[in-house]
Write a protein that binds this ligand. Structure first.
Ligand SMILES: *Cc1c(COP(=O)(O)O)cnc(C)c1O
Length: 396
C-alpha cells in the first residue's frame, strides 16, 4: 500500500486546478498589462481569479495581492506593518514562540534593525489566549502576528478573539493562515484580521503562488521593485496559470467545507485513538482545537528520523513535523515551545491527512506505526535503560 500522509508539507494538485492551468497556459498567454485583445483577455482572467479568491475570504478584490507563496506573503505582511510602525515611532511586535520560520526569521531580521519582539509562550496544549495578547500590547506595539493553525501540531488559535483585542487597541493583526485555508472557514471581517497569508500548494493548488490579504487602507511595502503590477505592491508579470489554479483549488476546497471537515475529523480521531494505544506516547496539541487532518505524536525512546525511514519502506509518506530533514538535528522549536523535553521532542511523528485518505489507510497507518515503534524500541539502547529502570520514563 502507498499512503500519502504529509499534507501539511504539500498536497497533490487537484485535477480541476491542473486542467485550468494547462488551459490558461495555452490559451491565455497575453500579458495582463498589454493593451491589445490578448492582453486584455488575460487581464479579465486575472481579475476573475482575484474576485473569486476575495469572495472566499470575505474580502474585496483590491485587498488581494498575489505573491510567490506563503513565505513571501508572511514577509511582506510583517515588513509592511513594521515600516508603518516605525514611521510612528512604534517598534514593538508581538508573536508566538511556535510560528513558521517565514514569520520567526522575518522577526529576527527586524530585531537586528532595532525592533523589539515579544514571543508569547505557548501553553502545553499548543494554544495562547486573547488575554495574553492583550497583556503584552504596549503603547509602542505596531503589530501582532499569530498563526491561524500550527503546521506541526495543528492547533487552531482563537483568531477572531485575538483580532478583536488588536482592533480595540488599534494594533495591526496579521495571521499566517497557510494551514487553515481550505480546511477552516476564513472570513477576514468576522475574524478581525488586517493581514493574512495563504499558499496554494497547501490546499491542492500549485506551488509558487500565494496570497497576501491586506485590508484596504494599509499601505504595503513592496519586496520586489519594478512594474506597477498588483497596484504597485508586487512587481513582476503575473503568474496567471498558477493564480487561476489557486482560485480553482480554493473554491474546490471550500465547497462542502463542513462536510469534508467532519469526515476528515472522524479519520483523524480514529488515527489518534489507534496510536494512543502505543505505550509511552503522547499526542501533541489540543485534542479538539486542532486541524481536521492533523495527528502529531511523540514516542519515548526512539528517533523520529529512523521512524520516518522505516515507514517510507512500508510505503508511508510521513514527517517528523520539524526541520530535521534539512540536516539539522535540533529538535523542533514547536515541540520545545509547548514544553516537550529534548529527549521526547526527537521521537516525533506528524501524519497529516486529506479528504482523499480512507479508513482502510488509517488502519494500515496504525498497524505500521505500532510495529515500527516496537521494532525501534527493541534495538534502542535508550529504551533498554528505560525498561531496566536506569533511566526514568518521561511519558506514561
Ligand atoms: C508551508 C507554510 C508556509 C510557507 O508557504 P510556502 O508557499 O511554501 O512559502 C508558511 N506558513 C505555514 C504555516 C506553512 O505551513
Amino acid at each position: 500500500m502507498k499512503i500519502y500522509a504529509d499534507h501539511a508539507a504539500t498536497t497533490k494538485i487537484s485535477e480541476a486546478a491542473a486542467a485550468a492551468m494547462l488551459y490558461h497556459m495555452n490559451e491565455t498567454y497575453g500579458n495582463p498589462s498589454s493593451l491589445h485583445t490578448e492582453g486584455q483577455r488575460a487581464a479579465e482572467v486575472l481579475a476573475d481569479a482575484r474576485g473569486r479568491i476575495a469572495r472566499l475570504l470575505g474580502a474585496e478584490p483590491r485587498e488581494i495581492i498575489f505573491t510567490s507563496g506563503g513565505s513571501e506573503a508572511d514577509n511582506q505582511a510583517i515588513l509592511s506593518a513594521a515600516r508603518l510602525g516605525e514611521q510612528k515611532g512604534k517598534k514593538h511586535i508581538i508573536s508566538t514562540a511556535f510560528e513558521h520560520h517565514a514569520v520567526l526569521h522575518t522577526l529576527q531580521a527586524l530585531e537586528k534593525q532595532g525592533f523589539e519582539v515579544t514571543l508569547l509562550d505557548v501553553h502545553e496544549n499548543g494554544l495562547i489566549t486573547p488575554e495574553e495578547v492583550a497583556a503584552a500590547i504596549r503603547p509602542d506595539t505596531c503589530l501582532v502576528t499569530v498563526m491561524f493553525a500550527n503546521n506541526e501540531i495543528g492547533t487552531v488559535q482563537p483568531i477572531a478573539e485575538i483580532g478583536e483585542v488588536c482592533r480595540e487597541r488599534e494594533v495591526l493583526f496579521h495571521t499566517d493562515a497557510v494551514q487553515a485555508a481550505g480546511h477552516l472557514p476564513i472570513d477576514v471581517i468576522a475574524q478581525n484580521v488586517d493581514l493574512l497569508s495563504l499558499s496554494a500548494h497547501k490546499f491542492h493548488g500549485p506551488r509558487g503562488v500565494g496570497v497576501l490579504y491586506a485590508k484596504k487602507g494599509i499601505p504595503l511595502t513592496s519586496l520586489i521593485e519594478g512594474g506597477a503590477q498588483e497596484r504597485g505592491r508586487r512587481a513582476g508579470t503575473e503568474n496567471l496559470p498558477a493564480i487561476v489554479g489557486m482560485a480553482v483549488a480554493l473554491e474546490e476546497a471550500c465547497t462542502d467545507l463542513a462536510g469534508k471537515r467532519e469526515r476528515l475529523t472522524a479519520l483523524r480521531d480514529r488515527l489518534i485513538r489507534g496510536l494512543s494505544a502505543i505505550p509511552h506516547s503522547v499526542l501533541n496539541g489540543d485534542p479538539v482545537r486542532r486541524l481536521p487532518g492533523n495527528v502529531h505524536f511523540c514516542f519515548e525512546g526512539i528517533e523520529g528520523e529512523s521512524l520516518l525511514l522505516l515507514l517510507d519502506d512500508k510505503g508511508i509518506a510521513a514527517s517528523s513535523g520539524s526541520a530535521c530533514t534539512s540536516g539539522s538535528l535540533d529538535p523542533s522549536h514547536v515541540l520545545l515551545a509547548i514544553g516537550r523535553p529534548h529527549e521526547i521532542a526527537h521521537g516525533s511523528l506528524r501524519l497529516t491527512l486529506s479528504a482523499e485518505n480512507t479508513e482502510e489507510e488509517v488502519d494500515y497507518l496504525i498497524a505500521a506505526v505500532t510495529d515500527v515503534v516496537a521494532y525501534l524500541r527493541s534495538i534502542s539502547p535508550v529504551w533498554r535503560e528505560l525498561v531496566s529502570g536506569k533511566q526514568k520514563f518521561i511519558l506514561n
